[in-house]
Write a protein that binds this ligand. Structure first.
Ligand code: GLY
Length: 376
């Protein structure tokens, strides 16, 4: 089942690369990606898909395409094009850093470190947080963190490992502790975002950007939290992060509909028109695979996590994937910003990426690009 799904996915990645050489896929409402430049937070997922396809097939076509894309990322960082945000891990982790892991090309390591330095520059010493969006002292976003940021922290942990400089990992650790304290609620649900006074660091309150309400649980935010906390556990070995990841996961799985694939917000009213977010389920599948790799064989939670993984992946492959269809995307029924009426019930490039990452791990034991493969 997994192999057939991967073969289909790799074929689609190849066709997209052939049809849209040099371009990156963007959020769409048309059931076809819009293909344009490297200017958003999502382009790394395209390069990540290209690297996964190379690792599966060993066809140099994919490697050459990935290298060209990395050259584009280098230009973007050098020219500082649309990088005033924290999604530097998504952008450079899945392009340059993945290239370093796969090819051991030193220039990719240098580029990844430069990207890590840029991300580190978003640490606000006065308030003690990594600012998610916008310039320093920005009126709206100057004191704002978001749960998605947890997936950008591996770039910082890795930078400390490779340079021996503790600063990157210290900042990552402070951010994950802050996220655990303020973004995770007592019932194991989560805020999408949280505001602090940017001068004093005083906590002001939770809110949302893409969720149903400020106090609801945006499904993809919960998914970023699951995978993000478990990755922080891998790097720090702090058991509190492992516990938090399990608890967020338990909430996620307990609030799924019958087919085991999430609606876009756990508190949104469910009608026949309510959008799913298959990308949140794909991210969560990767989080479950990561948890299963790290948990001891006798851990009491392995059973329900394995069951959750199996149910999620079977449902995605059999009812959400575009296997055998003429399509640009790999996973149908993702959602980007439902309240903003942007990217509803459509392909999401990060959904495609995490879906293939999960399949590659199930079939080949290859675990994506969030850490060195000998990091135990
Ligand atoms: N990180 C932005 C999103 O998940 O939509």
């Amino acid at each position: 089942m997994w192999r057939e799904a991967i073969e289909d996915a790799v074929g689609k990645v190849r066709r997209n690369l052939e049809m849209h050489e040099g371009a990156f896929p963007h959020i769409t409402n048309e059931k076809r990606y819009e293909w344009s430049g490297n200017v958003d937070w999502i382009e790394g997922f395209h390069t990540g898909l290209t690297w996964l396809s190379y690792e599966y097939s060993r066809d140099v076509f994919f490697k050459e395409q990935a290298k060209r894309q990395i050259a584009d990322f280098k230009k973007r960082l050098d020219a500082k094009i649309s990088i005033e945000h924290h999604d530097i891990g998504f952008l450079f982790g899945l392009s340059a850093l993945a290239g370093w892991f796969v090819e051991r090309d030193g220039s990719y390591q240098v580029l990844s470190l430069k990207a890590a330095d840029h991300l580190l520059g978003r640490w606000r010493e006065q308030g003690s947080f990594l600012q998610a969006w916008g310039p320093e002292n920005d009126e709206l976003n100057g004191g704002r963190i978001i749960i998605d940021c947890l997936m950008n922290l591996p770039l910082l942990y890795w930078a400390s490992e490779v340079t021996g400089k503790p600063r990157y990992a210290e900042v990552a650790r402070k951010q994950v502790e802050l996220s655990r304290r303020y973004l995770v609620r007592g019932d194991d649900s989560s805020y999408h975002t949280f505001y602090f006074n940017r001068e004093t660091g005083e906590p002001l309150g939770g809110g949302t950007h893409q969720g149903y309400t400020d106090g609801s649980t945006w499904t993809r935010g919960q998914a970023w939290g699951i995978y993000g906390f478990v990755l922080s556990y891998r790097y720090t070995k702090d058991a509190a992060f492992l516990t938090t990841a399990k608890r967020l996961l338990s909430y996620f799985l307990e609030h799924l509909p019958e087919d085991h694939v999430a609606y876009w917000d756990f508190n949104a009213p469910i009608t026949a028109d309510t959008s799913r977010d298959s990308s949140a389920s794909a991210i969560t599948a990767c989080g479950m695979l990561e948890l299963l790799e790290l948990l001891p064989e006798d851990d009491a939670d392995r059973g329900w996590i394995k069951q959750g993984l199996d149910q999620t992946m079977r449902s995605l492959v059999s009812s959400y994937a575009t296997i055998g269809e003429e399509a640009e995307g790999l996973l149908k029924h993702g959602s980007y910003h439902v309240r903003g009426n942007n990217g509803l019930d459509d392909y999401m490039i990060w959904g495609d990426y995490y879906y293939l990452e999960a399949l590659m791990r199930l079939e080949r034991g290859i675990s994506g690009y969030w850490y060195e493969r000998d990091n135990k």
